[in-house]
Design a protein around this ligand. Sequence first.
Ligand code: ADP
Length: 696
Amino acid sequence: MESYRLLEETCHMALELLGCDLAWLLAVEGEQLHSRALVSAKSSSAADVFLWQLHGKAAQHSSFPLNVNTNLLAYLLLSDELRLNLPISELRYLPDGVRFMRAFGQLRHNYIHILPLYESGTPLGLLVLATDTFADAAHWQQAHFIEVLTAYARTSLQNVRLAISIAAREAQMRADRDFLKRVLDTMGDSLLVLDEEAHIRYVNNRLLLMSGYAREELYGNSVGMLFPAEARETIVRNLQRGGRGTLSFSQQLITRFGRAVPVLMSRATTYSDGVEHTILVLSDLTEQKLREQALERQSERLRILNQAVQALGAAFEQKDVIALLLSAARNVAECQHVQLFLSVPDQADLFEVITEQDLQEPERNTSFVCLEQAAVEQATRQRHSWLEEQASTGHLNLLTLPLTVADHLIGVLEVQAHSESHFSRDEVEFLENLAAAAAAALERASLYQSLKQRANALQQAYDELREAERLKDNLLQSLSHELKTPLHKIIMQLQILDDEMYGSLNDDQHHSLRAALRWSAQLASIVDEIVIVQALSAEDLHFAAIDLERLASQAIRKVRMLAGELQLEITVRLSPHLPPVRGDERHLLTVIEQLLDNAIKFSPEGAQIELSAQQDSADTVVVCVRDHGIGIPTDQLERIFERGYQVEGGITRRFGGVGLGLAMVRRIVEAHNGRVWAESALGEGSAFYVQLPIWT
Ligand code: ADP
């Protein structure tokens, strides 16, 4: 070590100044006394011989324990006594002195001189001098040689000590620095040390890895070179300003090859050598960004899936379901190709192949395949999806999803990922959910389709029926109109004959004529009914204030004979002070007559029939015809007002009927702006109500 040379110089100085034969300097280091310089005036090898003699082996720098009891030098140092001209023969009386006596004797030194070296009471070392002859110690002291030498030796030792401690500190610092560097190089974040100008002074290995630059390409350059051009100036200005903390959560580092790496940027400021340095830490956010993106993608997929499932739930057309399924499958998974094999009804292994392109065509381009029976069976049996490897790339990227409804295979969805990628577990799960929703929607669409077909067929039948009805109505209307005039003419002619206007008739002729008149009148009344039912409207009526009392007695008069034949009693109960109603007398008479007629027809002999009327509101009067006849089933109370409707069941009709009477009643009442309804209990009788507006 360089500083030990100083100690050697001290020894040389002792030899020259004092004329000694040997100078030996030892330094206290820890609990040891180390031999640091040994110079002999006799020969260069003398020192080696001396040490050899002492230790019994070659030792460049020997050391001795700092123990007064076991070591001579320790004893001499710690007794802190300047000893001059100590005869070596006396050494034998001192601890461990014999071997020293021998060693000095070997070099023919007879006297030794001991200079303990202390600094503020602390032992620094020991200078041992030896002479062959008795020295002029008094002269040494007078000339202050001992004093000077002691001071010099002490300073030298202190210097050495200092040098040693500095070296040790330096070594420690170097070790610390190496350690720090290793830490910095192995840390996960990139680190840069910048000077006041934001020039790069140091970077760790991680930054080199991240940026792709070599150290020498970075050192001395502005840190701006690592950032995008547009952000460069601001970043450099901020860094020059100093400070600490996070600079930016979303900065980009541009690598040597132009790739942008997302980084989190934080910094700290340090001072060294009076210069402010900025430590810039860049944490690579690529992983985090990827995770964020994956999360975003995941929630986006969930959103698409959710939307698709909802839309599938609302779709009823097969075409819509398929379009939704194919587009959602494409969006949910990163895929290259999606196609659906849709089972053809009643064809065991025949499937229609549908791709997204097919759906874009105005007319669906249909192509069919026969899936192998084995594949169909596998799809049916294996109710969940399966992945297959693509032979060329070895990636698991062909996903087959059976669409089943209650053990019945209705289709197979095939999704192919991009050739270089493969499906993640999430993607498979999403697609499975989608397939399940689509299977249900397809099933519903096919049910809907068949329902629609049935509804269409029904509608068609109904339309045809309505058309037939319309034709029949037209025919009936024109027929009845055509019949009406000639019929009335026939009746008129028959009446003229019966009135003997063309000559007298005998009884038989009268009898026959009257029968013809009766039948003709009956026919005319049916024709009248038909005309009314088919075509009566308010315009055909002649409205006047009708007194119900008068109307009731007219009606009774008309049916009295018939009722009398059947011993039926008709009672009339009209509330006093009944206001007149607004009506056409002839037609209202027809209404009451018809209701009384029905009551007579459906009553047993001897029963009672009641005709009543009362005011039921401020502006209406209600007329009621009640009988105690066979009654009408409740569910048919409405239908009896339809044309031609007659209650089923073996009713023994006393009089025929064509089912037009009540239809005519309703038509007339409604033309009066009134209302008609019936109440009845089977076997107990019926009541028919006619509500009419009061004449105002
Ligand atoms: P019809 O000429 O057949 O009597 P209507 O239109 O007058 O035709 O009556 C329709 C059907 O309503 C009848 O066939 C009968 O079944 C039922 N009906 C009408 N009035 C009564 C009543 N007073 N009692 C029981 N059934 C009645």
